[in-house]
Structures are given as structure tokens and as C-alpha cells.
Design a protein around this ligand. Structure first.
Ligand SMILES: Cc1ncc(COP(=O)(O)O)c(C=O)c1O
Length: 394
């Protein structure tokens, strides 16, 4: 039973009523109704009530002609970052973008050349790999080190990779998907110092910024100081925090004037700078009124972490990498001694688990899988029981 039986997050909503990616045949294959869909990184919860009300109000207005960005939007972004993360942002440094992947792609294409190296820290969000290969950039791997159940960065290796004059950029994932680390100020400074020494531009994907657990607080890379900010493209979005990925926009904070102007010109060239009235309404409501909902959902997700932890305590073959943030859990199945394909098949066929295969995050993810726990507690409980049965029937 959930700690809070009256929680709105207990409601089981049929994602198949809309073409949700998480339950889509594209992701799950056909005949998938029996599967626990826990792959795609969104939540199975309704968006915050103030967001729904703002969308409803905007809909009722009925006219959807061209629109400017609401005057209150940038102040709302600034206020959120200041109150929640103690980060002061200059309004003139904010640029809008359709989504985070778009910012990552534009940053690579603007500030590196074809064939240049871009560092990533696997196991890491797989779209980083695709963006780099589609933009003909060389992927330079600086794998994270797993030590005593916790991941850390390999700074010695980073220094070597960054020192190569053909390495021009790093995609930092802060907090990190999928290993759930919320990088500390010291770790970020160490990374930032190495990158500054070798003229490697830090593109910091901070989409999971708001989703951290007690005892761990997110540090915006650009808030480390003006030297760090000057060498950074920050990527932010309300998509994960308020579960509005399909109805949202993102934004980048660029401190350096030359780079910001270049980004602005590119946005304009690609004509991706139009306002979407629904995305703006959702974002504004989220950042001005969504705080209490976010606190509640974080409690709920944390309770789900405890549930997973309790169930896995009875399954010695599976280890949970303790998350510091994100609603994504990184599970270590290596004791099962299964090849990556066998592990995916085992989870899907024997436990009805459709999670994200670990090797999608790089070869360092082999033997692991990523579990999305932003779902009703009862759904998670059922899935965990299915997993326990599958393991004991092996
Ligand atoms: C680290 C990270 N960056 C970016 C994205 C995607 O962001 P967007 O939908 O804004 O492109 C995700 C989604 O899972 C993510 O986990």
C-alpha cells in the first residue's frame, strides 16, 4: 500500500488513450497490453492542476493566431531558478528552443566542426550518441567509474581526453541519466577546471535539475562562477519536472555574448523561435504555481524508490544503484550472467518488464537496465512481484 492512499498519483491513467511513446508499439512492439511500460522517461501522472487549468483557459480563449512570448514567462523562469536553486539569471541570457535535444544539436553544429571530438560520460542518455553521429562529430568516451555501488567521474581520463586539441566540447548530464548522480559542486568544479584548461566547451544538460532527493542538491553548472558560466551552454526545461514533455519548450542560458548571439542567429535561421501558446501557458503556470505539486511528486517518487529497494533486498541477484535524483533507477543485473539480449528478453518475457536496456547507454551499460518509477505505487508493486517470481522461477 502507498503511504498516502489518497494521493492523486495513485490514479492509474491509461496512456494508450493517446499515442504515448511509452506504451506505443514503436517502443514496446505489438501485443503489449500486458507489459509494465517503464522505459520512456516521462511520468504516468497528470500534469499539475495549475498547468491543466492554464491550458484549459488558453483553450477556451479559442483564438490561436500568432503570439509573442508572454511577458511573465522569463521572470517566472528567473524566479524559479533563484528560489529553487539559488541561481541568479540575467534575463538577457535566456534563449528559447523547442526542446533540449535541439539545443544540444545546435550547440554541436555551431561551436564544433565536423570531425571534432565531443566528450560524453557513459553510461549516459543515448540521444547524446545519436546527435553526435548525425552531426558527424566524434564521440569521445570518458566512462564513469562504478565504485562501491556509486558512480563517479574519471577526472584523470577526462584530463587526457580534453587535452587532445581536436576535442572541443563535452555533453555533461547534470543530474545524470541513467545513473542518478546529482553531481556535487566539487565534482562540477573539477570538470569545469579541466575543460577550461583545454578550451573544451561545457554543454550542460540540466533537464533533470528539479528532481533530486533529500540530501542531494542540484548545482547549476553556470552558477559555479562567471568563469564557469562563460564556458557553458546551460540546457533547461520544465518537461521532466512537471510531466509536460509533449507540451513544452525548453530554454538555454548562455552567458558568453558571442556564443549567445551566434545561437540567436542560428535559431532565427532555423526558424525555431516561434511561440507556441500552449507550451508557453503550461510553462508559465508550472514555474509560477507548480512548486507544491513538484514537492508532492518528489515525495511520491522517493516512496517508490523505497519500495523498489525493499523488494530488491530480497533478490540478491539484482542491485539497485542508489539514486540521488531523477525518476530513473539504474539496476545492476550482472549477477544473472545473461548476455544483453538475453537479459532484455528475460525481463520482457518472464517478468513482463519493458524497461530500457542498459547497453543503449553505451557498452558500460551491459548487464544493467533503466527502470522508470514515475508510476502509481500499485503498478510498481505488481511489477516488482512479477520480477521476483521470474527470478525465483529461473
Ligand atoms: C538527459 C536528457 N536530456 C534530454 C532529454 C530530452 O529532452 P527534450 O525532450 O527536451 O528534447 C531527456 C529525456 O529523456 C533526457 O533524459
Amino acid at each position: 500500500m502507498s503511504k498516502n492512499p489518497a494521493s492523486p498519483f495513485d490514479e492509474i491513467i491509461n496512456r494508450r488513450e493517446v499515442p504515448a511513446l511509452k506504451t506505443h508499439p514503436m517502443v514496446l512492439g505489438e501485443n503489449n497490453e500486458h507489459l509494465f511500460a517503464a522505459g520512456v522517461a516521462d511520468m504516468d501522472f497528470k500534469a499539475p492542476p495549475p498547468v491543466l487549468a492554464a491550458l484549459q483557459k488558453r483553450l477556451e480563449h479559442g483564438v490561436f493566431g500568432y503570439e509573442a512570448v508572454p511577458a511573465k514567462l522569463f521572470p517566472a523562469i528567473i524566479n524559479w531558478q533563484q528560489q529553487r536553486h539559488n541561481w541568479q539569471i540575467d534575463p538577457s541570457h535566456i534563449l528559447r528552443a523547442p526542446n533540449i535535444l535541439n539545443i544540444l544539436a545546435i550547440a554541436a553544429s555551431l561551436f564544433t566542426d565536423e570531425g571534432d571530438g565531443v566528450i560524453v560520460q557513459p553510461p549516459v542518455f543515448f540521444d547524446f550518441f545519436d546527435i553526435l553521429s548525425e552531426n558527424h562529430r566524434r564521440l569521445i568516451s570518458n566512462p564513469l567509474i562504478l565504485e562501491d555501488g556509486r558512480y563517479r567521474m574519471d577526472f584523470d581520463d577526462l584530463e587526457i581526453k580534453a587535452a587532445d586539441p581536436r576535442t572541443k566540447m563535452i555533453y555533461l548530464c547534470n543530474p545524470h541519466n541513467p545513473v542518478g548522480r546529482v553531481w556535487s559542486t566539487d565534482e562540477l568544479k573539477q570538470l569545469g577546471d579541466i575543460c577550461q584548461r583545454h578550451n573544451v566547451l561545457v554543454v550542460s544538460d540540466e533537464i533533470h535539475a528539479d528532481i533530486t532527493f533529500p540530501g542531494h542538491s542540484y548545482t547549476p553548472f553556470a552558477a559555479l562562477g562567471s568563469d564557469y558560466a562563460d564556458n557553458c551552454i546551460s540546457c533547461l526545461s520544465p518537461a521532466k519536472s512537471f510531466n509536460i514533455a509533449a507540451c513544452s519548450q525548453s530554454f538555454t542560458i548562455i552567458f558568453n555574448d558571442t556564443r549567445r548571439k551566434a545561437f540567436q542567429v542560428e535559431n532565427s535561421r532555423l526558424t525555431v523561435n516561434k511561440n507556441n501558446s500552449f507550451a508557453s501557458a503550461a510553462m508559465l503556470a508550472a514555474y509560477t504555481q507548480g512548486g507544491p505539486w513538484l514537492d508532492d511528486v518528489l515525495d511520491y517518487i522517493q516512496n517508490n524508490v523505497v519500495t523498489v529497494s525493499q523488494h530488491l533486498a530480497a533478490i540478491p541477484e539484482i542491485e539497485l544503484i542508489e539514486p540521488e535524483g531523477t525518476f530513473l533507477l539504474w539496476l545492476d543485473f550482472r549477477k544473472l550472467n545473461l548476455e544483453p539480449k538475453q537479459l532484455t528478453a528475460f525481463l520482457k518475457q518472464k517478468a513482463n518488464w519493458a524497461v530500457t536496456r542498459g547497453e543503449a547507454f553505451g557498452k558500460e551499460g551491459e548487464g544493467f537496465a533503466r527502470l522508470n518509477i514515475a508510476c502509481p505505487h500499485a503498478v510498481l508493486e505488481t511489477a516488482l512481484k512479477q520480477l521476483a517470481t521470474a527470478i525465483s522461477n529461473r
